[in-house]
Design a protein around this ligand. Sequence first.
Ligand code: ADP
Length: 244
Amino acid sequence: MLNINKLEKRFDDIEVLKGLDLVVKEGDVTVLIGPSGSGKTTFLRCINALEEPNAGTVEIDSLEVNYNRSYKQSDVRLLRQKTGMVFQTYNLFPHKTALQNVMEGPVQVQKRNKAEVEREAKSLLEKVGLGDKLDAYPFQLSGGQQQRVGIARALAMKPKLMLFDEPTSALDPELVGEVLKVMKDLANEGMTMVVVTHEMRFAKEVANTVVFMDGGHIVEQGPPEQIFEMPREERTRRFLQLIS
Ligand code: ADP
């Protein structure tokens, strides 16, 4: 589903991603962990071209963009359409209801039939446990509820791959669980996901693969049991000690 080869990203002179390779199979959940500043968010944003990589290739669902040579902006747009992104802050339209927020993309961007989109949007909001909040405005919703609208909004575009950038880190602790549950349900339904998170329990329970990043490199990756119980690299061991 996702195939990344020698991905590099610089900001001015600073090399932030130093040649990353990653393969994610359909239905897999990959969790990116690592110290602050190691490049996790940049990596995620390079996958769907929110940041433009300087080199390497990104292939999603058989569409490849090769940043080593000139590439078509139309391919970048197609690549982006294959992904749904959930951000740390929810960025909902404040003057639109939950239902209108979820319908916005499919109607305005994809130009799809409004009645059909409305049916789907309602069922997505039900799926994330907000069937009774269709007409609520963001200010009437808790952070956890807003983030669940954010997830429904991303799903409404029918992405092949969902990217989550620290989706629970802005939430009060008691609201984290409801968002993680929605993500877990999504994983159980077979959605392919790449998740940057500090929630190690989620990583242990839901991830097929845990990727440990440090200093713009993937230091090691493997199933959660291996990374958490038997890390091969000293840097991984040190990081896990610091956070436990
Ligand atoms: P992480 O998500 O692991 O905390 P980031 O991807 O946010 O790491 O950041 C990696 C490095 O890239 C940091 O040193 C950060 O300061 C730098 N960086 C991220 N975004 C930008 C930007 N837009 N301009 C300049 N430097 C940036």
